[in-house]
Every structure is written in C-alpha cells, then in structure tokens.
Write a protein that binds this ligand. Structure first.
Ligand SMILES: *Cc1c(COP(=O)(O)O)cnc(C)c1O
Length: 371
C-alpha cells in the first residue's frame, strides 16, 4: 500500500494514456491551428453522439456555459433565477454575472434542488431555475419540468458533474431548455486545462449560443450581436477527443469501485451512504458519505494517509459572497456532515478496502471511547 492516498491524482491517470496525448499534441502543434478547426468540430460530433443531442457546443469552461445559457434565454437585469443553496459557486455566480438575481432554494435530503420548496420562492420576476445534478446524481427531471411548465419557467441544467448520466434513456442536460457541462480537470471527463460544453435541442438557441461565444460573429467581421469570447482552446478539444475514447471504461471502473465501497460500508449504522450511485442517472463523480462526526473522521483518515474532500463546507447563502440570513436547514446540515471519499479510475480495489477498514476503525474506536 502506498504511504499517502490522495483524494484525487491527475498525474497517474494521464500517465496511462500519455502516448496518445503526446501524439495528439504533436499533431496540433504541426497543424498550427489553435482556435476552432477540426478538433473542435470533432468534439461537437463526439459529444453530441454520446449524449444523443442535436446541438453540442464546446466552450471555454462550465461557468461560461451557464452564462451563455442565461444570455441565450434572454435572462438579465431584474430577473430572478431559482438556484439550489448547495452547489459549486458557479451556479449562482453566473446568474449575478448576467445581471440577474439568484434566489436560493433549500435542497432535499440528498442535496438536490427541492421543487416543493421552490413554490414559495416564485414572484412575478422569476424567469427560470437551474437544477444542479450534484455529485453526479440527476434531479428527478419529470417533476421538475412539470413545476417549470406550471410557472412558465426556463430550465437550465447545471450538469457540470453529470457528464454521462442518463435518466429514462435521456442524457443530463437534454431535459431542460439548455444543459451545461464542465470539463474542468477534476470532472469525470476533464480536459488538461479549462473547457466546457453547452447542449440544446433547439436550433434557435444553438445559433444564438454559437454567435455569442464568438463575439457575435456569423462570419469573419460580421457581428450580429454583442457577444463575448468563450471559445474552447483547440488543444483542449483535441485532448478531450483522446480522453473520450476511454470515458466509458473509466466510468465502469468508477461504478465498480462505488459498488465495492457500498458493500464494505453497508453495516455502518453511523454513516449515510450515497443515494442510487449505481444507477444510470448517477455518474459516480463523487462518493459522498455523511456523518455527524465528519470533521473528526476527516482528520483521522488524514492521519492514516487518506485524503478526502468536502463538497461543500458552506452552503452558498452562508458564504461571504452571497450572505443571506435566512436558513436553509438541509443544505446547512449536508455541508456540516458530508465527506467525499477517493473515487477515480486508477484507484485500486485494495485501496478502497483499506479506506473502508480505516473508516470502521474510526467508528469502533469512538464507540470504545464512548464518543
Ligand atoms: C465545476 C462546476 C461548474 C463550473 O465549471 P468550470 O468549468 O470550473 O467553470 C459549475 N457548476 C458545478 C456544479 C460544478 O461542479
């Protein structure tokens, strides 16, 4: 066993495919095309096919993907958008950056936007909502869409953690008006830098998004509207095309390791295990457990050489950036109790067993000490 088991290590993961990546880098270097070009076109085709969606538009990162989605739907000053209180900051940040107001909604016991709580947040300014498929687990989209239709709300799915999740045979991001993905290096499909993707079934929205992410240009020097620069790097598109070849087998490893964790930890009454992580509508992006003794457990595991992470230590309304005095009890409880264990495609089965044995040791010890 290694001395230190980090939460996530991107070096060894890419070591396995370094020949393919280096070959691709040389190709791009030789071609001398670093913006747009055939690798970007290929990424569009590859992701569109995998996600079974007509328009898949690569862009600079997941946060820009959300901003492009909001702008394409005409959301801006004076509009209110409902967002979950527990998510990565981008979800609410994008709303503010587009001039609109994020309205925080508490989450359900699994950390997903609670539609039954959203009802009381509706005002005549509410224009849309952004469900987040947190940890890789999709929000139940049928119920959410019913709610959205009832109130004539636009739906942008923040699927940054859900690339490869399917509910009733449909990919995350294809239920709402627009779906947004991130290829940040730590995501299930990560670039070797920053990148993102916007998907939609609407030809009109796809056209607007394409224009907007490239200075409103329909062709060189013809500017149809005031846009921005949110283009993907050709090099990142090329690396993603290489990594996509391995995506399915890496996902299978994640699922196998997740199932081993569940098996090893199933007797642990003191822990709450992740919800439906083996189902098709969960990418097993993060393996999150919950415990009232989270901080002590995290410190104990660190001492035993095991790295863990917390997603997220504060709900967004309790960060300085968004401070809001109302209470969001479930989001706050999850941020106090949640712990993410290592789960990535080059983690070994014996390492999972080792991690679980240390978790059991922690709880046996605290029982003995009467904690
Ligand atoms: C990673 C992430 C984003 C943002 O993606 P970037 O590519 O880092 O900008 C947005 N929302 C969620 C839920 C994320 O996890």
């Amino acid at each position: 066993m290694k001395k230190w088991l980090p939460f996530l290590e991107l070096g060894p993961l890419h070591q396995q495919i370094s020949n393919e990546l280096e070959k691709k880098f040389k190709e791009v270097l030789r071609a001398g095309i670093f913006s747009a070009g055939k690798e970007v076109a290929l990424l569009e085709k590859n992701t569109g096919k995998l996600l079974k969606v007509p328009y898949a538009i690569p862009c600079s990162n997941g946060t820009d993907a959300l901003e492009l989605a909001l702008a394409a739907l005409g959301i801006g000053y004076g509009d209110e958008i409902i967002v979950p209180a527990l998510t990565w900051i981008s979800t609410a940040e994008a709303v503010v950056n587009m001039g609109a107001k994020p309205v925080f909604c508490d989450v359900d016991q699994w950390g997903l936007l609670d539609v039954s709580e959203a009802e009381k947040l509706i005002t005549n300014r509410t224009k849309g909502l952004i469900p987040v498929h947190l940890y890789g687990k999709m929000v139940e989209m049928k119920g959410l869409l019913n709610f959205a239709h009832q109130h004539q709300l636009k739906v942008i799915e923040d699927a940054a953690q859900a690339f490869g999740a399917f509910q009733q045979g449909k990919s995350a991001g294809t239920f709402g008006d627009i779906g947004c993905f991130s290829f940040y290096p730590t995501k299930n499909l990560g670039a070797l830098g920053e990148a993102g993707l916007v998907i939609t079934k609407s030809n009109d929205l796809a056209e607007r998004i394409r224009l907007m992410l490239n200075h409103g240009q329909s062709e060189r020097d013809i500017h149809e509207l005031v846009g921005r620069n949110s283009k993907i790097d050709t090099l990142q598109a090329a690396f993603l095309n290489v990594k996509l070849r391995h995506f399915t087998s890496w996902q299978n490893i994640r699922k196998r390791l997740a199932s081993l964790y569940l098996e090893e930890l199933k007797e642990m009454k003191a822990l709450q295990l992740p919800h439906h992580i083996l189902e098709a509508d969960h990418t097993a992006h993060l393996f999150t457990i919950r415990s009232d003794q989270r901080d002590a457990l995290k410190a104990y595991l660190k001492n035993q050489g095991i790295g863990t992470a917390v997603h997220y230590p504060a709900s967004l309304p309790k960060t300085k950036a968004f401070y809001n005095s109302s209470s969001f009890p479930r989001a706050e409880e999850i941020s106090r109790t949640t712990l993410s264990l290592p789960l990535h495609p080059h983690l070994k089965e014996e390492e999972v067993i080792f991690i679980c044995s240390k978790i059991k040791d922690f709880f046996n010890r605290s029982k003995k000490e009467g904690l």
